[in-house]
Design a protein around this ligand. Structure first.
Ligand code: GTP
Ligand code: MG
Length: 267
């Protein structure tokens, strides 16, 4: 048996959508570019497959990396989203805006509105957070916050992530090392593991499994967040550590089966 899910990545051109996809997946799935013209000039699809060895169900996750949203008319957005929603079960919509990028608040509002009404989790992310200065970053985050509070009160503010019930979150990330040689500034990648964990803890049922497979190759996530994952899913620590020791880096054979067992207990 196979189950299909999809994830939509939206936002203006050149804000760091493809770079974020690669950072989340922990491998190169999307083409990125440092040239000035938009790299993703048509919708790209990346397929990720995972097998639930405990029940022989296979999962296919399609990530839709979209061209810059400003080139869309409202009709485009609607057609595009209806298509995504009809093809398979949407896991979440990730919207990216970098500090100072042209705000597309009307488009964003329509997207968030559509997603929340259709029960699709929204993650609004200020990407490439060190580009453009801290004031602009704060402005992007403020815009996200004001929009999301129309749908749900802010319920938590943890590890630089604001949560709005289980309908949405917003945060800021630096997906890869940021360097400004003139100003002698260097910032390591940050916020990615927290974002993955934030989405993981906000999803329900088999959407959790599909998300686990999406990020199953991200070693940094599974290693860094191991203790939090064990705690959140109430996994018995000795069992989890034993699996981890036996299967080492292969998370699809170590932690994911335990998370699956946890989810099935709740279904
Ligand atoms: N340091 C740093 N650079 C980033 C980050 N995100 C994106 N960039 C850089 O910004 C440029 C554009 O990134 P992309 O990921 O290609 O942006 P995109 O939104 O996919 O662009 P299009 O597909 O052309 O619309 C590339 O040179 C990236 O290396 C980030 O978080 N940190
Ligand atoms: Mg791109």
């Amino acid at each position: 048996m196979s189950k299909e899910f999809n994830i939509a990545i939206c936002g203006s051109a050149r804000v760091g959508k493809s770079t974020l996809v690669n950072a989340l997946c922990g491998k190169q799935v999307a083409r990125t570019s440092n040239s000035l013209c938009a790299q993703t000039d048509r919708m790209e699809k990346y397929l990720i497959n995972g097998n639930d060895h405990t029940s022989s169900i296979s999962y296919t996750i399609t990530i839709y990396d979209t061209p810059g949203i400003e080139s869309w008319t409202e009709d485009h957005v609607r057609t595009y989203f209806s298509r995504i929603m009809n093809t398979s079960k949407p896991l979440c919509m990730i919207y990216c805006a970098s500090p100072g990028s042209f705000a597309q608040l009307d488009q964003l509002q329509w997207l968030v509105d559509t997603c929340i009404k259709s029960n699709i989790f929204c993650a609004l992310v200020c990407t490439n957070k060190y580009s453009g200065g801290s004031e602009r970053r704060k402005q992007v985050l403020q815009d996200f916050h004001s929009l999301l509070t129309h749908y749900h009160n802010m319920t938590r503010d943890e590890t630089n992530i604001k949560y709005y019930g289980d309908v949405a979150l917003c945060t800021s990330v630096n997906s890869i090392v940021y360097e400004d040689r003139e100003l002698n500034v260097r910032k390591e990648a940050e916020g990615i593991n927290e974002l993955i964990f934030g989405i993981l803890t906000s999803l329900k049922d088999d959407k959790i499994v599909a998300w686990c497979f999406t990020i199953s190759d991200n070693q940094s996530f599974w290693i860094t967040m191991q203790a939090k994952i064990i705690e959140f899913f109430k996994l018995a620590q000795p069992v989890a550590i034993k699996f981890w020791d036996e299967h080492g880096k292969d998370t699809t054979l170590s932690l994911i089966p335990l998370i699956l067992t946890f989810i099935k207990r709740r279904l």
